[in-house]
Design a protein around this ligand. Structure first.
Ligand code: CP
Length: 311
């Protein structure tokens, strides 16, 4: 199958059928990750720049591993240590990188729209690894892939997924709402009013302010990182009060559907948005999300760099 897209900017560029292809490809590449020697020559001779102008542990490392497991050459560029700190513009940085002829640039940037800005100017594939509050498509794809594996297929219809916490500042929430809704899930949001986005009533979701109500009957709960810097901005009156109302714990899970899964994109603030014991409980698929991130990013690198599907 030919892959029609040059760039991955957000999940709403994809059809349900294309998402299913990505999941098939990730399942295919997952097998490589369980071998004693986790390397195949599939992308030998291709090069990927990992341009991370913001901090990252999971996304950057998993893209790096994904590229290397497919034998692509990966090159890392962070804000510190790059000429961004000398005032070089994003455009000049991007044109400089393009002059070295990479096949793809994976970009994380603090500005919403940074990935699109590059996509419109460069010939190589641009993969958005998180831009401002706008989008984090590869996180949403690995989250949905985790649920796809938990639920044994594309049967998202009628499933209820709760996204909990700081929705307003979360690119993870935005991409997940789009993708889960497209796949047929019913999405709920819960958080304090000050951490809900403006015009949330226009989103295709149900909004709750009470966690015990929000969690009732849900099949999965995605906790979001509480961005502690928001307290300084006056959006959180008191961290202890926030945790009392919105920290997910075992008692909430008793109200959820049987076998409900607990997710978190990381990094976590244990005890603030999720209880430490629940993060490590059998219902938690947080480390499965991390593992699946490598397989999904292998699939994406393959499909965007070769413009083909491996299966
Ligand atoms: N989920 C996520 O984007 O984590 P990192 O910031 O560690 O990449």
């Amino acid at each position: 199958m030919q892959w029609p897209h040059k760039d991955l900017l957000d999940v709403d560029q994809l059809s349900t059928e294309q998402v299913a292809h990505i999941f098939d490809a990730a399942t295919h590449f997952q097998e490589i990750n369980s071998r004693p020697v986790k390397k195949v020559p599939t992308l030998k001779g291709k090069s990927v720049v990992l341009f991370f102008a913001e901090a990252s542990t999971r996304t950057k490392t998993s893209f790096d591993m994904a590229g290397k497991r497919l034998s692509a050459d990966t090159f890392s560029l962070a804000k510190s240590g790059s000429s961004l700190v000398k005032g070089e513009t994003l455009k000049d940085t991007a044109l400089t990188l393009q002059a070295m002829s990479p096949d793809a640039i994976v970009i994380r940037h603090w500005a919403g729209g940074a990935a699109q800005f590059l996509a419109e100017r460069l010939d190589c594939s641009i993969i958005n690894a998180g831009d401002g509050r706008h989008a984090h498509p590869t996180q949403a794809l690995l989250d949905a892939f985790t649920l796809y594996q938990e639920w044994a297929g594309m049967d998202f219809k009628g499933k209820r997924v709760l996204i909990l916490g700081d929705i307003a500042h979360s690119r993870v929430a935005r991409s997940n709402v789009k993708l889960l809704t497209m796949l047929g899930a019913r999405v709920r949001l819960c958080g304090p009013r000050t951490l809900l986005p403006p015009r949330v009533e226009d989103w295709p979701v149900r909004v709750f302010s009470d966690l015990s109500e929000a969690v009732r009957g849900v099949n999965a709960i995605m906790c979001l990182r509480l961005q502690l810097e928001r307290q300084q901005a006056g959006l959180l009156p008191d961290l202890r009060e926030y945790s009392r109302r919105f920290c997910l714990s075992e008692r909430h899970l008793e109200l959820a559907a049987k076998n409900a899964r607990v997710m978190h994109p990381g990094p976590m603030n244990r005890g603030a948005e999720i209880s430490s014991s629940l993060a490590d409980a059998p219902q938690s698929v947080i480390l499965d999300q991390v593992a699946n991130g490598v397989a999904v990013r292998m699939a994406l690198l393959f499909m965007y760099m070769t413009r083909q599907s491996p299966v």
